[in-house]
Design a protein around this ligand. Structure first.
Ligand SMILES: NC(=O)c1ccc[n+]([C@@H]2O[C@H](COP(=O)([O-])OP(=O)(O)OC[C@H]3O[C@@H](n4cnc5c(N)ncnc54)[C@H](OP(=O)(O)O)[C@@H]3O)[C@@H](O)[C@H]2O)c1
Length: 252
């Protein structure tokens, strides 16, 4: 299916060092895209670099801490000012702080809102402006089941992920007329570092598993297909939607 071919495209994937972002980067590269991976710690010789170069595609690592608004603005200016434009922006970097709401500190709240929402907007504003000017581009956010539900002991994370679902619609409304597709993917419960505390909690992990119709936790690789789809011409008429990849969780 040529509609899914990404040959010649340049994709930026944030949070590409591990987990879901690493799998998204590998999937996009397998579909033909060159990759710029971004994360707080990414450097030369990373696992994701090996994944991408093994497909024959080019890889560049950029280290940026999304907790630092100035660093995010600098990243946006760097990417927006390059000769080779960014065709696909995957806003996937994210962090989580698990503390009951009554004890949830300002520090945790502000960090999670900055990394998971404000940085996503600042980067997308910078890169998206070029997409709008060129009249094409794909933006994909990583939302969450907590873009729909409240979660337990993660109020900042839930607020940020609800914000991502709203931002996806807001940007799509403005940018769809310019043939820039803005959409989100909502992963279900995926076995990564983000959910390690839940996997390690026998009560929570059992309760979660029992509620997943597919009968298993997701793997990061489960997100690759939806990412390639939303990044490709096959999704040209899809704007402002959040696509759950959740083993059926939301339908239950
Ligand atoms: N796992 C799930 O079940 C699940 C479900 C729904 C949504 N999500 C979302 O999926 C996305 C990826 O999560 P994951 O499960 O793959 O988690 P993960 O394995 O913990 O990976 C998180 C990624 O985000 C990067 N990151 C974290 N804080 C950062 C910061 N301050 N600046 C720059 N990069 C930062 C990390 O970079 P470093 O390696 O450099 O720290 C890493 O690449 C997140 O947005 C998360 O909220 C996950």
């Amino acid at each position: 299916m040529n509609a899914f071919d990404l040959t010649g495209k340049l994709a930026v994937v944030t949070g590409a060092s591990r987990g879901i972002g690493r799998a998204m980067a590998r999937g996009l590269a397998e579909a033909g895209a060159d990759i710029i991976g971004v994360s707080a710690s990414l450097g030369p010789g990373s696992d994701v670099e090996k994944d991408v170069t093994a497909t024959g595609r080019a890889f560049e690592a950029i280290r940026t801490d999304f907790a630092d608004p100035d660093a995010v603005r600098a990243l946006g200016a760097d990417l927006a000012g390059r000769e080779r434009p960014v065709d696909i922006l995957v806003n996937n970097a994210g962090t989580i702080r698990r503390t009951p709401a009554a004890q949830h500190s300002d520090t945790d709240w502000e960090l999670v809102l900055q990394v998971n929402l404000s940085a996503q907007f600042a980067l997308t504003r910078a890169v998206g402006a070029g997409m709008v000017a060129r009249g094409h581009g794909k933006v994909i956010f990583t939302a969450s089941l907590l873009s729909y539900q409240g979660g337990i002991t993660v109020p900042g994370y839930t607020a940020a992920k609800h914000g991502i679902a709203g931002l996806t619609k807001a940007l799509a409304n403005e940018w769809a007329p310019h043939s820039v597709n803005v959409n989100a993917i909502a992963p279900g419960y995926i076995a990564t570092d983000n959910t390690q505390a839940l996997q390690d909690d026998p009560v929570r992990s059992k309760a979660i598993l029992e509620r997943i119709p597919a009968g298993r936790w997701g793997s990061a690789d489960d997100l690759a297909g939806a990412t390639v789809f939303l990044a490709s011409g096959a999704a040209d008429y899809i704007h402002g939607t959040t696509l759950p990849v959740d083993g059926g969780w939301l339908g239950r």
